[in-house]
Design a binder for this molecule. Sequence first.
Ligand code: HEC
Length: 113
Amino acid sequence: MKSHAVILVLGVLLSGHALASGNAGRGLELSKTCQACHGVDGNGVGDPQYPIIAGQYADYLEHAMRAYRSGERENAIMLGFAQALSDQDIKDLSAYFAAQKSKVGDLDPKNVK
Ligand code: HEC
């Protein structure tokens, strides 16, 4: 009986995880809107006003986009972009940018090759 309960709990946890992760392929399509500022792969465009988001944790990216969308994190530029995104869009974009290799050796975007 006990082992059934454990299997049930594991099943719920695993399916929860699967639901939580986004589709990076779809994220790549959606990321076209982001490229002008964050670069093709999220490594920025060499301008320090646009953060590098490649290789950042998906959870962090998701949280940031939700915060822009709700206005909790205030930024006029990102508010507009985030408000156009559904929950699924945010998950897919986060999966895509998290999967990119960051070129950041240190945190100065001017040093990105
Ligand atoms: C016109 C330029 C521009 C475009 C296009 C743009 N962003 Fe941004 N983004 C910014 C700026 C500027 C910031 C920094 C805002 C701040 O100070 O909070 C930012 C911040 C972010 C952050 C937070 C990064 C961090 O380290 O906290 C994420 C995540 C993000 N953008 C994702 C996206 C995604 C995904 C798209 C496409 C749907 C996108 N952005 C499109 C300019 C842009």
